[in-house]
Design a protein around this ligand. Sequence first.
Ligand SMILES: [Zn+2]
Length: 185
Amino acid sequence: MAKRDIIILPDKRLRLKSEPVAKIDRSVRALVDDMFETMYEAPGIGLAAIQIGVPQRVVTMDLAKKDEPKAPQVFINPEVTWKSDDKQVYEEGCLSIPEYYEEVERPLSIKVKYLDLDGKPHEIEASGLLATCLQHEIDHVNGVLFIDHISKLKRDMVLKKFKKAAKRGEQPNFAEDKEPSHHIG
Ligand SMILES: [Zn+2]
């Protein structure tokens, strides 16, 4: 296992549409191991493979609270098959857009089909934080970021800050803007 570097804005790879996993082999298992190590270290509650620069449709997640035992989950080739009309608002953050948090409205409940690490197909109904996190990560495998769901004004401000910071070889500082919350993934 190895911790990998998480790519951040304005890295163009974040806009790639990831490829489906054709066969769950040793390389996919190794990728998942690395993703968990990277996600726990960050720390984040979800991670998509593209966030470590691998354009494959693989998502790792662990929504366990600090005092709870670890609950790692892997979603391979995840796909939203149904969305509720009811919405919920959740303050999201992203390991690839560090330190920036904003409220995002998404469907409250969704159905997702995916493969587990043994290649077995599943379909689950998710709501609450799991629904938000799954939508955030499935967006990643499609090259979509949570800032695409906020106003253009705010999105442009974030992009500008990250582009400027990248030129200086730094990360932007949002500390003065908002109290830190937590990164979704
Ligand atoms: Zn993210």
